[in-house]
Design a protein around this ligand. Sequence first.
Ligand SMILES: [Zn+2]
Length: 374
Amino acid sequence: MRKVKLKLKQGVINKLKIIGVVIVILLIAYGIYNKQITNLTELGYSREASKKILFHKEKEYIISIKENKTLNAALESDYYKEKYLKNYAKITYCEHANLVKNINKLLDKGYSNSDVSIILTHGDDSDVSEFAKRDRVKYLEEFYEYPYAKIKYYDRYVQYSYETGEDEKTTVLHIGLNMDKKEYDDAINIKRFSYMMLVNKYHYLSYDFIPIDLVEVPEDYRGSDAVLANSTALKSMIQLIEAANVEGLKPVIADCYRSHEDMVEIAEFYRKWYGDSYVDNYIAKPGYSEHQTGLAFDMASATVKTFSNSNEYKWMVDNAHKYGFIARFTKRGESLTGYRAEAGHFRYVGKEAAEYIYKNRITFEEYYVSFLDK
Ligand SMILES: [Zn+2]
């Protein structure tokens, strides 16, 4: 009996030993597995993607390229295609809901990795999804050299450059400004007030648009006529005028806010006396004038009749940006603004934009295309 018991015990011990060894092996294997997963997550891959990489035949390749967001997204996605593994790794990542699906579609059409990157980085998810539906197109590199070029405008770029013979840079700029459309007739209606709003022959305001915070310009800062302005812009303009006063200069506000009705009257007046071409070159049509925003100031000198000859004008050209204003209609900008140079017209856009526009010697239109056209 004793011996049997011992034998039994010996059998149990052996089994336990085996189980123990197996557990230890499993623990070690799990430890190694976990360590490798951790190594991959430290490279920037998600746990889900890391698990796939671990058993991937191209594991060494993936590890060698280190962090790669596009590849990570692909590995996580149900649309992952094995044959595109190395393409994913070379395509720029974008936070798009249909990123992998669209990459596949574009690669299927024969686009190169750099073309796919161009398409992805120049549009949002829906723009790219739309674009991925169409047949493969040419000239991507030419138009999309400019960061602000948009994939949704591709057809307009091609058509415009073909019709006008303009270079790619000008084409991208003009389309961003809606300039392939008919001025006035096909203009875009701007509904929301903003200190950065663009109003011109291609971006208009409805007759009932009224800017926020209209206040009267105090008598000390204006010419003879009573005038309204947006209060934030006016506050900055008053600081500007006071700074100029310290220098012995006397700029004054000749005009600022004009209602739609005011614009109708002004246009009629000038048309009667000066004719259509004068009105087209110098006077904005009702709805197409940024004076309706309350952010545009026509300045004058209290001492010199022609503002462009005054020291006030010279000082303002060099200093207005410090107060958030830009000289809106310059000689250089005529082809983009659509208006002849106008010395007195200063527009409030805020300090950051004004500094940028001043330093880079660009128009507000160019700034709009680069930073504001979303
Ligand atoms: Zn003006």
